[in-house]
Design a protein around this ligand. Structure first.
Ligand code: NAX
Length: 325
């Protein structure tokens, strides 16, 4: 048996975590021979609910789960962690502007960034899911000067999976027959789900589905999918978000498949003309735990415009929280 690794999950009593924790604990992330300790962070008001989650985790008697630590102190939660799923965030309340949401979440992620900086493993892999995810990741990263920026990512894997699923349904194929879809930019309605490089059973996706469906149907459906789920379910996506969080971390820890890529929001190095330092979603491959942007993709005028729109939104978000960077 390997040495146990430490995995932190924040917002551990929330609805995404309720789907995530039981799959993590069952070994869906690191496989059947990797034991681990779960370190669960919640706000004091949710500690009772977290106790219930802990009881259920214990009642599963998972063989790989060595220990569960519950806490409301980020430094305890992140102590020597190898992986951190930052899911907890404040939802937008009634009358709250986007700016207010940015502000209150910015504070959460600056505190958590500082704590990670102090106590996490120097090679920690951090996934920010809590919204606004890209900018929250930027804040956490900026508050952790002793960790490499590459330790920080934000989640666009759910958008990536949504894009695959829409295309698979349109073409009447299985999702595993789709390769090379890409999500560019922000995890928000300005994101650009791109099919210019996508393949369906090895054929160019756009030549199969046509430009009109791509522009008028596919892009808005993927961009608005989160809102459509809230409308139908009365609550935001939870199980699919947990699934995407595991997919993101699994790809990061264990690598991407040959011939395919995934989408991750990562600190931009200026690739594709995106401002350096913004946490922007790119198509990426992973090898040996290192994330690399897929280079050399042709970007036409349509794509350029969409990529710039979502970049502009990310700059605006960053400017609204500049005092915390
Ligand atoms: P819930 O409101 O069910 O759970 C959030 C939990 O976080 C709560 O239990 C709350 O007490 C806790 N929390 C708040 N502040 C905290 C802090 N400072 N430290 C630790 N815990 C804290 O939300 P849920 O549905 O689980 O969604 C969590 C976040 O994911 C939201 O911000 C949501 O918008 C975001 N999402 C992001 C997605 C993505 O693709 N990036 C998709 C799904 C989801 O919408």
């Amino acid at each position: 048996m390997k040495i146990p690794v430490d995995i932190a999950v924040t917002g551990a009593a929330g609805q995404i975590s309720y789907s995530l924790l039981f799959r993590l604990a069952g070994g869906a992330f690191l496989g059947p021979d990797q034991p681990f300790v779960l370190r669960l962070l919640e706000v004091p008001a949710a500690m009772d609910a977290l106790k219930g989650v802990l009881m259920e985790l214990n009642d599963c008697a998972y063989p790989l789960l060595q220990k569960v630590i519950t806490t409301s102190d980020p430094k305890v939660a992140f102590d020597n962690v190898d992986y951190a799923f930052l899911i907890g965030a404040k939802p937008r309340g009634p009358g709250m502007e986007r700016r207010d949401l940015l502000e209150c979440n910015a504070e959460i992620f600056s505190v958590q960034g500082k704590a990670l900086n102090e106590v996490a493993s120097r090679n920690v892999k951090v996934l920010v899911t809590g919204n606004p995810a890209n900018t929250n990741a930027l804040i956490a990263m900026s508050n952790a000067p002793d960790l490499r920026p590459e330790c920080f990512t934000a989640m666009t894997m759910l958008d990536h999976n949504r894009a695959i699923s829409q295309l698979a349904e349109k073409c009447g194929v299985r999702s595993r027959e789709i390769k090379n879809v890409a999500i560019w930019g922000n995890h928000s309605a300005t994101q650009y789900p791109d099919l210019h490089h996508a393949k369906v059973k090895g054929q160019d996706a756009l030549s199969l589905v046509g430009e009109d469906w791509f522009v008028d149907d596919f892009i808005p459906t993927v961009q608005q999918r989160g809102a459509a789920i809230i409308k139908a379910r009365g609550q935001s996506s939870a199980a699919s978000a947990a699934n995407a969080a595991i997919g993101h971390m699994k790809a990061w820890a264990r690598g991407t498949e040959e011939g395919d890529w995934v989408s991750m929001a990562i600190p931009s190095d200026g690739s594709y003309g995106i401002e350096e330092g913004l946490v922007y979603s790119y198509p990426v491959t992973v090898n040996g735990g290192e994330i690399s942007i897929v280079h050399g993709l042709d970007i036409n005028a349509f794509s350029r415009k969409r990529m710039d729109i979502t970049e502009t939104e990310l700059k605006e978000e960053r400017d609204a929280v500049r005092h915390l960077l």
